[in-house]
Design a protein around this ligand. Sequence first.
Ligand SMILES: CC1=C(CCC(=O)O)c2cc3nc(cc4[nH]c(cc5[nH]c(cc1n2)c(C)c5CCC(=O)O)c(CCC(=O)O)c4C)C(CCC(=O)O)=C3C
Ligand SMILES: [Fe+2]
Length: 345
Amino acid sequence: MTDALLWLSFGGPEGPDEVRPFLENVTRGRGVPPERLDEVAEHYHHFGGVSPINRLNREAIDAVRAELAAAGIDLPVYFGNRNWHPMVEDTVAEMARDGVRTALVFPTSAYGGYSACRQYDEDIERARAAVGADAPDLVKIRHFFDHPLFITAFADAVREAAKDLPADHRLVFTAHSVPVSADKAAGPPEEGGHRYSRQIAEAARLVAAEVGAPEHDVVWQSRSGPPQIPWLAPDIVDHVEALHADGVTAVLVCPIGFVSDHLEVVWDLDNEAKEKAEELGMAFARATTPNGDPRFAQLVVELVREQLEGVPPRKLSTFAVGGCTRNGAPCAVGCCEPVRRPART
Ligand SMILES: CC1=C(CCC(=O)O)c2cc3nc(cc4[nH]c(cc5[nH]c(cc1n2)c(C)c5CCC(=O)O)c(CCC(=O)O)c4C)C(CCC(=O)O)=C3C
Ligand SMILES: [Fe+2]
């Protein structure tokens, strides 16, 4: 018996006074240098200290409520975040007070890997521990990077963005960079690691195939951490320069690694990458993320029905189904082990 759905996301500030405490929460004990924090705070202040992410999540939740109702599924939807209010600990406490005994959890990330999957398991574990004996059982929904609705939503967004560009543009996919060591540790050990970057590459391949792109690249964005630690590369801004040097004159960027047009997408792509392209005289367009697409709510409801009714998982890749675990357990022993981070100096 499932009583509720918990929408679990990253969180973001909703005013200038919230930027610093939010960033402190994100980076607590993670070895992100203070200079990087100052720089990222500026990105938020550029938008009045408001990240779009909470509003986008609330809009998506409204769409999911409507879609659940249309499917005749009576499931209240709760909203909780890792790093900012509404904090997941408070939300799970509220769920317990409302008498929720078992709930599904939809994480706003389609992928495996420590930051994209296991850290949400840690959030679930932490929130349940904070609530204590009354905490509901929480079952996390699987990775959906290869679900046909996810791929089609991105493919349509790419086709829409392509209308503004010459036909010979280059299609470039981006995802959040992570430390190379974290990607190496991503996935169950017997899979050989790199679950995050392999799933990103597979989703990119599926979208590129659906739009019939002759060529595409997968690059990274929003790197943080000290410069001496290797992260997945190349960065999108460097890649725009490299494409220019190769004679490419137009670039279409698709942020395949994210589900919404939150601040990292808006800042790193619509500001930094676009500025670089314009400086080099290249045409630039960005595809939107699925959040605003009605198919995103359909996707969520289909994933819920997999759990409630045993509807078979629809997927376009041959990759193993991952990410679905109970009460914050990892997918497998040794899966996405957090990599020890250097102490902050
Ligand atoms: C894989 C991945 C996703 C995708 C999966 C998912 O979506 O969950 C993601 C999403 C997001 N990342 C976000 C924001 C930030 N991420 C940071 C830092 C970091 N991200 C990392 C990875 C990821 N991050 C990592 C390895 C770090 C280093 C520190 C650490 O190991 O934790 C920092 C600290 C400052 C900085 O150094 O940039 C900020 C502010 C926002 C919210 C944007 C908004 O407010 O609208 C979102 C959705
Ligand atoms: Fe991040």
